[in-house]
Design a binder for this molecule. Structure first.
Ligand code: X2X
Length: 334
């Protein structure tokens, strides 16, 4: 039950307090934002700043509560909550979102982007616009600026991965996404779909021998505690769409919606800078903690995938038009 100070005082027969002295009021729009990453990851640091800025700029009318670290469930759970309105905002990899919006997986094609310049040109350009349009058809709204997850590297408890041959039969955790499974099958590995909420324990109990994630996550989620080797494959780039439940978004008056969108996108731009910086510098810390790093031969992975028909298969799934948009940023892939 909610008792305001005014009601409480009225109930005791005390004099009503003039409105300007009333205690902080509940916000007019109180929204929930959930994600799968540890509090220490730049995503959550920038989200906290963003929520404060939104509260200030809307003069307290919009409040965003943050639920980090899978507090509200796995990505699979949170995706159904943001669809039903149980949560209002959610950041999710386009590849996991592809279980609902198949077109959203296109940004994760293996070895598509050579560097961040190519990534942001595509995602802030035609490729991003294409994916956001597809997302909108499922009653979710994707903010304009995708947040960064990063280029992914493979870790293992059993052996370093140097060439595609080392992946043969390798038990590797992948996120819940057909593209991820298909890619590691094309590499002859043995992929298991596991939500991020279960990854640490799956590695600890050796249900799988390895996993793949950007260094920023290997560090902040402490995966180095349960892995021995880190092989620098840069095998794909991944990002998080900042999603809103369609009805919750429409409920905001236009002026507030503009403030929220601007602040979310601005926070995403800062998060990109943080993540790239962390990915570039954290290797030293991880090595000091005992993680053993090695370089890899990118061509061996790419050739294996091409021979297995990976690129041809996904080009057919996404269609010529979408594939052409992708290749405008990446060069010829298939
Ligand atoms: O699940 C993962 O590996 C993570 C944290 O990178 C994603 O959200 C895709």
């Amino acid at each position: 039950m909610k008792i305001t100070r005014r009601k409480l005082l009225a109930g005791t027969g005390a004099l009503a307090v003039p409105a300007r002295y009333a205690l902080a009021q509940a916000a007019e729009f109180s929204y929930k934002y959930a994600n799968n990453l540890p509090v220490a990851h730049p995503m959550n640091l920038r989200a906290k700043e963003m929520a404060d800025a939104i509260h200030a700029e809307t003069k307290g009318r919009v409040e965003i509560q943050i639920f980090p670290n899978n507090q509200l469930g796995s990505d699979t759970d949170m995706l159904s909550q943001v669809r039903s309105g149980g949560i209002d905002f959610f950041t999710l990899s386009g590849l996991i979102l592809s279980t609902l919006v198949p077109a959203a997986a296109i940004t994760g094609i293996g070895f598509a982007f050579g560097d961040y310049d190519a990534v942001w040109k595509a995602l802030d350009g035609d490729l991003g616009a294409h994916v956001r349009k597809e997302i909108a058809k499922s009653n979710l709204v994707a903010m304009d600026r995708i947040w960064d997850n990063g280029f992914r590297q493979i870790t293992s408890s059993s052996k370093p991965i140097q060439t595609a041959d080392d992946l043969k039969g390798f038990k590797i955790r992948v996120p819940v996404s057909p593209l991820w499974t298909s890619m590691f099958k094309a590499l002859d590995a043995s992929p298991a779909s596991i939500n991020f909420s279960e990854v640490y324990s799956a590695l600890q109990s050796k249900v799988v021998d390895g996993q793949e994630n950007p260094l920023a996550i290997i560090a902040t989620a402490k995966l180095y505690e349960v892995q021995k080797y880190c092989s620098l494959t840069n095998h794909m780039w991944d990002g998080f769409w900042f999603l809103a439940n369609g009805k919750a978004w429409e409920r905001l008056p236009e002026d507030l919606r503009a403030i929220v969108a601007r602040q979310v996108n601005a926070a995403g731009m800062k998060e990109r800078v943080d993540v790239a910086a962390l990915n570039a510098t954290v290797q030293k810390d991880l090595a000091a903690k005992g993680l053993v790093f090695n370089q890899t031969q990118a061509d061996s992975f790419r050739d294996r995938m091409r021979k297995a028909g990976f690129y041809a298969e996904w080009k057919a799934k996404f269609g010529d038009e979408a594939w052409a948009i992708l290749e405008r940023s990446t060069g010829k892939l298939a």
